[in-house]
Design a protein around this ligand. Structure first.
Ligand SMILES: [Fe+2]
Ligand SMILES: [Fe+2]
Length: 138
């Protein structure tokens, strides 16, 4: 396992909505795998494909959260959607950064993942989780 890893921590990262938590686990796994692949010096086209898949998965994930926010009238929805757009932009920047040779690539991947997991999942997604839990959604 690469040193450029973020470990899923059930008590820390769980927001309490099963479908969202399952996707968050997969996002962390996928980004860790990208960091590994970069670390191993694999061909950049393979890494680009993995980034493309991650973007598609992120779209699916954000759509799920946005559907739940709409359905239950989450008050912070606009700000939350803006954060999703910011993450998509960062993914695009990262994808471009991984295209060129750079010894710090895996660290860039980890920095992005840390941003996503520690800023967005731990704070913003948790707010959705708490809001939905109050409505009896699991
Ligand atoms: Fe989110
Ligand atoms: Fe999320």
């Amino acid at each position: 396992m690469s040193k450029h890893h973020l470990i899923w921590n059930e008590s820390l990262h769980r927001v309490g909505i099963t479908a969202i938590d399952n996707q968050h686990r997969e996002i962390i796994e996928r980004v860790n795998l990208i960091a590994d692949t970069v670390d191993q010096g694999s061909r950049y086209d393979i890494v680009q494909e993995m980034m493309d898949d991650l973007v598609l998965f992120a779209y699916e994930h954000f759509a799920l959260e946005e559907r739940l926010m709409t359905e239950y009238g989450f008050p912070g929805m606009e700000e939350h959607i803006a954060e999703h757009l910011g993450l998509l932009q960062k993914m695009d920047n990262l994808r471009n950064a991984l295209r060129t040779p750079n010894p710090a690539k895996a660290a860039l991947v980890l920095a992005f993942l840390t941003d996503w997991a520690e800023l967005h999942i731990l704070q913003s997604d948790r707010e959705i989780g708490e809001f939905l839990a109050d409505k009896g959604i699991r």
